[in-house]
Every structure is written in structure tokens, then in C-alpha cells.
Design a protein around this ligand. Structure first.
Ligand code: ADP
Ligand code: MG
Ligand code: MG
Length: 528
């Protein structure tokens, strides 16, 4: 390895580790100083007063609403009940705690209505949706009087201050830049770190001239808008968008563990072990279900687009080809990578979510034996021959496949999309009960409570050496003008609220900064 690479990798590994002040700038408190509450009046006037958005969906909003409830003796129990319900929903095992609570708590209206029903129903079906019903009732209660009082409290004022910080302009100086991670169609992807919080991200840069020359505006905006709408632990998050003189930047979840291509090709022989195949397949399945629920068809499943994080969990990335389908509609268009395209895509037919389930079949196949279907090792058939095989030929399974793996692959690689697994009424949920996934507890997996079977080494950098990533070429003869800036302003919207708020919580900045006056009084910045 060359010295340049060693230096770049060492800097990145050090930044990821954090060190003493966790990678924050020594000026971090100044960067995150609350504006005085009098500077938040415009925000107070314009912010949408929606309980769900302010107190449930936005992570800092939720924390402040909970702090407000805990400061009120008459509301404390509701928050304890909420916690108990949330863990009950995930684990289905919090029954004793739940009953204990229901006996001691003062949440009388909600539990009187549901307490007895809950207990009876739970005996019949311990994983039923009774907790959801209770939880909805709880929210109904909190969204009324308590929500109104919250908006008059210092906790809500503090929330406005956080929102003001969230909306600070984002630019190049918001981040420190580390090594190049990869190259895409419109530009490079770099590791970066937020100076104020120490959070690591990957910055995907789109060169303005490249985008313009290849008329990539719609595509770039499409990727940005789809990512922004999503919030799943199985799809990369979009934390910020901003621009520099030469590029448009998307700041994404940092995926330090490399992509599945790297792991299949360089770290498994042949293919990955069974536990890993099952685990990655299950997480991809959850990611696809999330996308499909939002009517988003992904269309680009292949090992290089599935990335691993520090802990060994995967996320789907690169949503450049994803499309949002309008209610019940299908789409046409031969896009994707040939080896992973479904027969109906190749055949110019109309298709829907079926294309993604075919893609998952190809992935499980490739993870198992290290080679995608319809091609033997070292062979490079002509595109027309690949098309013929995908449309006509039966897949062959060697003795590397267990009975269950063979079964799920052949159900997913069914040529007729109407008969394919995942394409019936209940969609991807059909997959979850397939024997291949018998050892997966999907509820735990979706809650992020399952340990990954393989954990990347924090000292390693799982991507090609810096000098082996081809340099990005420059385009000449493209003039940027006024019309381009309309597109740029649609693209550059700064921080994504939910991801930004999570960043502040995860890095501990929220806890350190969110202090009030002595004995729960207002601090000077909150004094009107
Ligand atoms: P394109 O849409 O142009 O194909 P990608 O989004 O696939 O671009 O990114 C190109 C490469 O950059 C990927 O193959 C991967 O190596 C790297 N990369 C992309 N996103 C991340 C990320 N979030 N974390 C780490 N590396 C990434
Ligand atoms: Mg890609
Ligand atoms: Mg792309």
C-alpha cells in the first residue's frame, strides 16, 4: 500500500474512533449556542402545531415533550406507560411490567378501557396489536390538553431554539473532509465529519457540469426527494444537502463496513456463510418492504448497492433509479444492471414491485455461492445471451444450497411475476414466514435489537485504496447560468430535521446542551 493511502486511512480510522472530545471542534459549544428565545418569534408563528410531528416524529421534539410531562406530577405516569407500551410492542414480553403499571398508575381512563381486554387478549395472542390500540389512546389523550399546555411551557420554547439551530445554513465549512470512498456516475463520495458534533457521514458529490451535460437534473432531484421522505434503518439516510461552487452534495449515513460486493468477492470463499446470507437477506427484505409501503420501487438491487455499517447491519443505498409509482400503476423502462434485471423488465413489459423481489432472489443466490445466477464463474456472455437465459432458462442450484435457500431462491426467481414470492396481496410479508427465515425474529430485527453475525473491524477501511479509485474527469464547455440556479435551490435544502435531531442526540450534544436553570427554572436564554 502506498504512503498516501496509509495516511488517508489512518486519518479516517482516527476520526471514526472519536478520541477525547469525540471529534468535535473545540468551538462546538459556540457553534451550537442557542439563539435567545426572542429570536425565535417567526418560528413560533409559522411552525405547524401538529402533535404527531412535534411530539412523536421529531426526536428532539419528543424528548422535550417527555421532559415536560415528567415535570408535571399528573402526567408522569403517562410517560412511564408510553415507555412500557413501546417495549411491549417490540418485544411482546413486557406483560408483567404492563400489568404492574396498570394496577399502580393513575392513567385511569385509558387502562380502565383497555386493561381487562388487554389481559384477556394477550393470553390468547401474546403478539397481537392490543398494545397499539392502547398506545393510540394514550396519544389521543396527550394530544389534547397536555399538548396545549406544553406549547406554553419553557420546554416548547427550548424546542424552538433547537429548530433555529437545525435551520442554520449548511456549507462546506460545516464539515471536515477525509478520504475518498468511491466514485459514482456524477462525482465522488468522500468521508466527512460534522465539526460541531463529531458525527461521521459520507458526502456524495454531484459535479454541476456533469449533471448539466448529461441532463441529470431530474434524476438527481428524484434521488434527493425520495431519500428525504424515507426513515428506515435499512435504507441510508439523507442528513443534509448543500452546494459548493462546483458541486451539489448529499450527506448520507456513513457506511464504514464496505459494500456486499467487497465482502462476497474478497472475504468469502465461495460466497458468505449461511448465517450472514440469511441475516442480510432479512434486512434487505425489511428495507424493500419499507420502500414498497411508500410506493417506491428500487430497481437497482445488486451487491455493490448494499452497504454495511460499523456494527455489521446493512442499508440499501444509491436510490438514483428508484421511482415512486402512483396508486396501483405500473411502469415500463429497461433500467438496472442486466445481470439482476427481472424477465419482465428485460421484456419491455409493464412492471411493479415484482422487479425488486426478483433482484432479492439474485442477491441471495450470489451471496450463497459467490456468483450471480445464469452465469458460471469467469464467463462473460453477450447481453443478448444473458437476456435469453434470464427469460427462458431454469436456474441451477449446486449442493451449496440448503433446501430452504434453494426454495426461497426459486420462488423469488419465478419468471412469471404474478406467481413470484412477494408479489401477492400481502407483499413482502409473505417472505418473512418462509422456512429460510425461520431463525430470524423480524420484530427484533426491525427494532434494531438483533446482533449482526459479522462485525467489521473498526481498524480496517473496507474499500479500495485511494489511488486505485479512478480520478473523476472534468467536463469542458458547459456554462452554468440563471436557469440552473432554480434547480440548485430545489436541491439544497440544508438539514433534514429528523436526521439532524438524531445526530444531536446520538453524539451526546443534546444531553450536554439541553440544560435549564437551577431547580427546573428557565435559563436566561429562555427569559422573554
Ligand atoms: P452512483 O449513484 O453514481 O452509482 P453511489 O451512490 O452508488 O453512486 O456511490 C458510489 C460509491 O461510493 C459506492 O459504490 C460506494 O463505494 C461509495 N459510497 C456511496 N455511498 C456511501 C456511504 N453512504 N458510505 C460509504 N460509502 C459510500
Ligand atoms: Mg451505485
Ligand atoms: Mg445511482
Amino acid at each position: 500500500m502506498e504512503i498516501e493511502s496509509i495516511v488517508a486511512n489512518t486519518a479516517l480510522v482516527r476520526a471514526r474512533e472519536g478520541g477525547g472530545n469525540k471529534g468535535r471542534s473545540w468551538k462546538w459549544k459556540e457553534m451550537l449556542r442557542f439563539p435567545h428565545i426572542s429570536q425565535c418569534i417567526d418560528l413560533a408563528m409559522n411552525i405547524e402545531r401538529d402533535y404527531y410531528s412535534l411530539c412523536v416524529k421529531q426526536p428532539i421534539g419528543k424528548k422535550l415533550f417527555q421532559l415536560f410531562c415528567r415535570s408535571r406530577p399528573d402526567l408522569q405516569n403517562y410517560i412511564s406507560l408510553q415507555d412500557a407500551l413501546n417495549s411491549a410492542i417490540v418485544l411482546c414480553t413486557a406483560l408483567p411490567k404492563f400489568i404492574m403499571l396498570s394496577q399502580s398508575t393513575q392513567c385511569v381512563p385509558i387502562l380502565l378501557r383497555h386493561g381487562e381486554i388487554c389481559r384477556q387478549r394477550l393470553e390468547l395472542n401474546p403478539c397481537g396489536d392490543v398494545f397499539h390500540v392502547c398506545s393510540e389512546d394514550l396519544h389521543d389523550y396527550l394530544s389534547d390538553e397536555p399538548f396545549i399546555q406544553y406549547q406554553d411551557s419553557m420546554f416548547f420554547d427550548r424546542f424552538l431554539q433547537w429548530k433555529k439551530l437545525e435551520r442554520q445554513p449548511i456549507n462546506k465549512r460545516t464539515f471536515r473532509q477525509y478520504r475518498l470512498l468511491g466514485k459514482g456516475g456524477f462525482g465522488e463520495v468522500w468521508a466527512c465529519q460534522v465539526r460541531a458534533t463529531g458525527m461521521m457521514y459520507a458526502c456524495k458529490k454531484l459535479e454541476k457540469t456533469h449533471v448539466k451535460k448529461r441532463k441529470g437534473e431530474t434524476m438527481a432531484l428524484n434521488e434527493k426527494q425520495i431519500l428525504e421522505e424515507l426513515d428506515s434503518r435499512f435504507v441510508v439516510n439523507l442528513a443534509y444537502t448543500y452546494e459548493t461552487k462546483h458541486s451539489l452534495c448529499m450527506v448520507l449515513t456513513m457506511m464504514s463496513g464496505g459494500d456486499l460486493r467487497f465482502h462476497i468477492n474478497y472475504m468469502g470463499a465461495p460466497g458468505l456463510d449461511k448465517a450472514r446470507v440469511r441475516f442480510y437477506a432479512a434486512e434487505i427484505c425489511c428495507g424493500l418492504i419499507h420502500l414498497h409501503q411508500k410506493s417506491i420501487l428500487y430497481r437497482d438491487l445488486k451487491p455493490e448497492n448494499i452497504l454495511l455499517d460499523d456494527h455489521g447491519h446493512i442499508r440499501i443505498s444509491d436510490l438514483g433509479l428508484a421511482v415512486k409509482l402512483s396508486e396501483g400503476n405500473l411502469i415500463r423502462g429497461r433500467v438496472g444492471t442486466l445481470g439482476y434485471m427481472a424477465p419482465e423488465v428485460i421484456g419491455h413489459e409493464h412492471y411493479g414491485m415484482s422487479a425488486d423481489w426478483w433482484g432479492l432472489g439474485c442477491l441471495i443466490y450470489e451471496m450463497t455461492i459467490g456468483q450471480p445466477p445464469f452465469r458460471v464463474k469467469g464467463e462473460h456472455p453477450k447481453p443478448s445471451e444473458m437476456e435469453r437465459r434470464i427469460q427462458k432458462e431454469q436456474v441451477t442450484y449446486g449442493n451449496h444450497f440448503s433446501k430452504e435457500a434453494k426454495s426461497i431462491c426459486s420462488l423469488l426467481l419465478t419468471k412469471d411475476p404474478t406467481k413470484r414470492l412477494g408479489c401477492q396481496e400481502s407483499g413482502g410479508n409473505d417472505l418473512k414466514s418462509h422456512p429460510f427465515f425461520q431463525e430470524i425474529n423480524f420484530r427484533m430485527l426491525e427494532a434494531g435489537l438483533t446482533e449482526a453475525p459479522f462485525k467489521p473491524d473498526p481498524k480496517l477501511v473496507y474499500c479500495s485504496d485511494v489511488q486505485d479509485i479512478e480520478e473523476f474527469s472534468t467536463v469542458k464547455g458547459v456554462q452554468l447560468d440563471q436557469t440552473d440556479s432554480i434547480f440548485y435551490s430545489q436541491f439544497n435544502t440544508g438539514s433534514n430535521p429528523i436526521i439532524w435531531q438524531n445526530e444531536l442526540i446520538e453524539t451526546g450534544c443534546f444531553r450536554e446542551l439541553n440544560v435549564f436553570g437551577p431547580e427546573g427554572s428557565r435559563s436566561p436564554d429562555l427569559d422573554w
